[in-house]
Structures are given as C-alpha cells and as structure tokens.
Ligand binder design. Structure first.
Ligand code: DHB
Length: 390
C-alpha cells in the first residue's frame, strides 16, 4: 500500500520534473534579431513591435500560450544559424521569426526545411529568400517590389539620367537591377552603377563620382540604419546643394532616422510600403501605442513587418485550432489577408511573399518634424522577380 502510494507519488513528481519547456500548451516563437552591431535599430524596432502585438492581443491564441524568445545574432550568419538550431532542438520552437539581413535569413533556410518549422522573415528583403525553403513566408517586402515603381515614377517626372548607388549585397543588387532595368526599358539612361561594401561603408569617394556624372537624380539603396551615415556624407560632399535629386527605396529615409538626418532630406522622393505618416485609423492607433510603449520611439518599416509577422502567426494558429504542425501552419498562412498599419496585405499563396501597396513619398516637414509623406500609391504589388518567372 505504502509502496503503491510512494510509486504513484514518484510518478507524479517525475512527470512534474519532466514537464518540458515545450509543453503542449506553449507555443515558443524564436525571434532572432541583430540586437547589437550596425543593424541594431532593426532588432530594437522588431522586438518592440512583436512585444506590442502580444501586449495588445494577449499571449493566448487558440488555447495556446505564446512564448516569445528573443535572441541576438549580432548580425553574424553563423550565430543566426546556431541560434535557430538551438531554438528548434532544445526549445522546440514552433516558428522562427526575424532575420535582420539577407545572409541571416538565408542561413536558417535549411534548418526550416529539415525541421519543418515556419521561418517568418520580417526584415530581410532580397527577392530569392522565399525560394530557399517551402517553410519561408515573408511579411516585410522585396527590393524589386519597391524599386521598379521608383523607376516608373522617374519616367513620368522628367528624370532622364540617373546614377545608382547601392550597398553591395543581395538587396542592393536587387534594387540596382530592378530600378535600372525598368528605367532603361522606359527610355531612361543609367550613367553609372556604384556598389559600396556593407561592412564599414565609406560613401565619400563614390559620392564625388556621382557629382562628376551630374545626373538628374541619384538612386540609393542602403539597409535600414545606414541612411544617416550616407546622408551625412551626401551633405559633406555638397550633393544636397548640387541640384541632383535624391531618390531611392524608403530604406534611406528611414522614419527612425529622419530626425537625425535633418533638413538635408527634404524633398527626397522614395518608394516604399510603409511610412509612419500613413493616414489610416489602423496606423494612427499603431503609431500611438508603439510610441507610448517605447519612450516616444517612432516605429519604422521594420517594426510594422514584425507586428504583421506576429499577426500572421496568430491568424495561422487560429486556423489550425492551435496545431503547431509546420505544414499546417504554412498552409494556413498562404492566402491570408488582413488590414495592417501599412494598408491591406496578403500572403501570396504561390510565392509566400507579401502583396501590398507601394507608396510614392516625399520628405516634408509637418508640424516641425520630418516625415515621408505619401502622395501616390500603387495597390496590390507582387514581387516582380517571381511574377516575371510565371
Ligand atoms: C535588408 C536589410 C535592410 O535593413 C533593409 O532595409 C532592406 C533589406 C536585407 O539585408 O535584406
């Protein structure tokens, strides 16, 4: 009798002790971000947005408790890969999220495939990323998606000769190709294509070349967080007063950096999928809550993508009734459509990339502060790289 009771007690104790961190009612989301290093603003923005989403929507979905595990990969791909492996193996993460730069997102693709775990890319934006695993889905954007519309705008606005200057890796090469090809097809001239290294970028010597080429405009792509350094050198070289128009994707006039950049950014025209100034009730509520929770920090396009990454996961879990089976989650995400702070978004069921409105914006001062003010929009833009292959 005593023995029986003892063994029953032991069994309970053992069960308790063995209760894993990945208990059935907990869904671990491994969010891997550059929280330190040159892309730390992406990490800071994305962490704040994911936490805001959970705070607003509760940490329980379809009976499951959401556990957000934030990990710092410092922007180094080998670290991203190791963290992803640990999150999948040790923490039994049901989804991996984040990835501040293209090489970091690519490093995780084989792990997502092998473990059948969704990899929700909320930052990195080179077009090919989603083709590297059937478990990758993206809520940020692609560079072709925002670069081609910039060329269309130039063709309609008397800009005839352009120099491109991009950071020399995946997204920069995408931006250069899709801007230049669209522009030249429409009759524009590309005077020069300049690529600047990602590590320790020094734009100054290249900017002198831009000045010498005397184009109508310079088209720029730098990753989020690098725009202030670029603009500082742009001003030092006198390009702000040269009559050469500054155009680009919205990464260079990042909402997060505009105050630091200052009035030199006034008049810059960019194409992008999100501006903090986007005029909608959803965005007003988002910006207000984000700033309140983060000491007045402005959300940028990285924040909105992480917020939507969480939204997509919540929606998928509701559809699977809490099942964390990777195939079921990806199937649930395909074709999902919802109202984001940036406007209506849809996950393309064929490519798992995001379909969204691309806005044309101009830096203006509103109530004493600099904003990317939207003045035209192109709805339902798909990634043109994938569209060109179908
Ligand atoms: C990527 C990173 C960025 O910060 C950005 O603004 C766009 C693209 C990337 O590495 O894919």
């Amino acid at each position: 009798m005593n023995l029986k009771r003892l063994s029953a007690g032991l069994a309970v104790a053992l069960l308790g002790a063995a209760a894993p961190a990945w208990a059935d009612d907990v869904v671990t989301v491994g969010m891997i971000l550059p929280m330190t290093g040159p892309s730390q603003s992406t990490g800071k923005q994305e962490q704040a947005a994911a936490q805001l989403f959970i705070q607003q929507h509760g940490d329980t979905v379809a009976g499951k408790k959401i556990k957000l595990e934030i990990k710092d990969d410092t922007g180094a791909a080998d670290v991203t890969k190791r963290l992803a492996q640990e999150l999948v193996t040790n923490d039994h993460a049901a989804a991996l999220m984040g990835f501040g730069l293209t090489p970091l997102a690519l490093a995780v693709a084989p792990i997502a495939t092998e473990a059948k775990v969704p990899e929700i890319v909320t930052a990195a934006a080179t077009a090919i990323i989603t083709e590297k695993s059937p478990y990758i889905v993206r809520t940020s954007f692609t560079l072709p998606q925002v670069s081609a519309p910039m060329a269309d705008w130039c063709l309609k606005n008397n800009i005839k000769k352009v120099v491109t200057i991009v950071t020399d890796y995946g997204p920069g090469v995408d931006a250069e190709k899709w801007y230049s090809e669209t522009f030249t097809k429409g009759g524009g001239t590309i005077a020069e294509q300049i690529r600047v290294p990602l590590k320790n970028p020094d734009f100054a010597p290249f900017l002198q070349r831009v000045k010498d080429d005397a184009p109508d405009a310079v088209f720029v792509f730098v990753p989020s967080g690098f725009g202030a350094v670029f603009m500082k050198q742009f001003i030092e070289r006198g390009l702000d007063k040269s009559g050469i128009k500054l155009i680009g994707t919205g990464d260079v006039t990042d909402d997060d950096l505009l105050a630091d950049i200052g009035d030199a950014a006034l008049g810059a025209v960019t194409t992008h999928h999100y501006s903090v100034a986007h005029d909608s009730p959803e965005n007003k509520a988002f910006v207000q809550a984000f700033e309140k929770a983060n000491n007045g920090m402005r959300p940028n396009f990285m924040a909105v993508a992480a917020y939507d990454g969480m939204a997509l996961l919540y929606r998928a879990l509701e559809k699977t009734k809490g099942s964390t089976d990777g195939d079921a989650l990806i199937a649930a995400m395909k074709g999902e459509s919802w109202m984001s702070p940036r406007g209506k978004v849809t996950i393309d069921p064929d490519t798992r990339d995001i379909v969204q409105t691309v806005y044309v914006r101009k830096v203006e001062k509103v109530d004493g502060q600099l904003y990317n003010v939207e003045f035209a929009s192109i709805p339902d833009v798909k990634d043109p790289f994938k569209a060109s292959k179908h």
